[in-house]
Design a protein around this ligand. Structure first.
Ligand code: ZN
Length: 377
């Protein structure tokens, strides 16, 4: 398989360049659909059947299948976090052993790896292809709102789920992720001139300040719980008592049981006003369950480790705070491993990079792992 992939190296980098140079930020439907269109054609050329699930505002999602009864689900997202114009400002480039560009590691490199793993299997292990089902989604970076039900439906009855987020900087796979919640706290007060009649005003900012302190106090690093107000907005002018204010809250949890508890505490905090006369509206909730490293994760990891050892790759694994679609399949009780994409780092920044030698190496690993898992049926 390695020899086959080596002959495809330039082609793989060419496709990577092509995909990176298309802006496909989560809100840029056109770009995501363009990426989806290219991949659709390439999978169909390989003999896969594709089903595009049209979405009205976010990028279309796609379900890709080869055989009748697939037992392994692979998930890879096509959207990035970058605004339109980024690819023009800093297009794909190679410096030494690294490739740069928006989404190069998160996760256009993974898209290339996944496609070429399929090509390698088509060449060497047709039976393995038949055990594969792929979901390419277009809204992962904003919480997988439209793709979650598709992923969950495809995951039903599968034996394994392999999620194509990049491997960590040190090459580690991901076996645990914290759960994620997003909330917004909207406060309404009453405007008044803060010089002439401040006594008639009710400060929404004052109220929000109390809420921020109470919300932050829910953080417990030992328990893996963090609550962080990452964005605040509010006020009209510096000499007006603020009539409105809002705080946007990021919540992380380590265990599924923490979801209900932390959600109830956040709601409790927002039911009463500290500044009399203000009203509070709370929106949001826990939207990704945690991915927990359980016994079946460990079993699957062992298989991947053995496969890696056969290729001379030492596989390590880590837990991370970031969310991904692995949470959905893991919460359904399906053995799930994430981080099967190439190695790289600095995702979501202008320093994002992919280690070029890992593109081939991890594609090879993925193909062998799928071969091994399908043979075990
Ligand atoms: Zn990602």
């Amino acid at each position: 398989m390695k020899g086959f992939l080596q002959t495809k190296k330039d082609e793989m980098i060419g496709l990577l360049e092509r995909l990176v140079n298309i802006d496909s930020g989560s809100t840029h439907k056109e770009g995501i659909d363009e990426v989806g269109g290219i991949l659709k054609e390439l999978y169909e050329e390989l003999g896969f059947s594709t089903e595009v699930v049209e979405e009205s505002t976010s990028g279309n999602n796609m379900v890709i299948t080869y055989g009748e009864n697939p037992s392994i689900l692979l998930v890879a997202h096509m959207d990035t976090v970058f605004r339109v114009g980024t690819a023009k400002e800093r297009p794909f480039k190679i410096e030494g052993d690294k490739a740069y560009g928006p989404g190069v590691i998160d996760m256009k490199g993974s898209q290339v790896a996944l496609l070429y793993a399929m090509k390698a299997l088509k060449e060497k292990n047709l039976r393995a292809l038949e055990s594969v089902q792929i979901v390419l989604n277009g809204d992962e970076e904003t919480g997988s709102e439209t793709s979650r039900p598709i992923i969950e439906k495809c995951a039903e009855g599968k034996k394994y789920a392999l999620i194509m987020e990049p491997a960590r900087k040190d090459g580690s796979l991901v076996t645990a992720r914290r759960g994620v919640g997003r909330y917004s706290v909207y406060v309404t007060g009453k405007a008044a001139h803060s010089g002439i009649e401040p006594q008639n005003g009710i400060s929404a900012i004052g109220e929000l300040a109390h809420k921020i302190i109470k919300l932050h106090a829910l953080t417990n690093h030992d328990e893996g719980v963090s609550v962080s107000v990452g964005i605040i907005e509010g006020g009209e002018s510096v000499n007006t008592v603020a009539p409105t204010a809002a705080g946007h809250v990021d919540v992380r949890i380590r265990y599924a049981e923490q979801a209900e508890v932390i959600d109830a505490m956040i709601r409790e905090i927002c039911t009463t006003s500290d500044v009399p006369g203000t009203t509070i509206t709370l929106e949001g909730g826990i939207n990704r369950p945690p991915m927990v490293k359980n016994e079946q994760t460990i079993e699957l990891l062992e298989i991947i480790k053995e496969t890696g050892a056969g290729l001379g790759i030492e596989i390590t694994d880590v837990s991370t705070g970031g969310g991904s679609d692995a949470s959905f399949t893991s919460a359904m009780g399906i053995p799930t491993i994430d981080g099967l994409g190439p190695i790289g780092g600095n995702a979501h920044s202008d320093q994002e990079y992919l280690e070029i030698p890992s593109l081939l190496e991890r594609t090879h690993l993925l193909a062998e792992v799928i071969g091994r898992l399908s043979a075990g049926e």
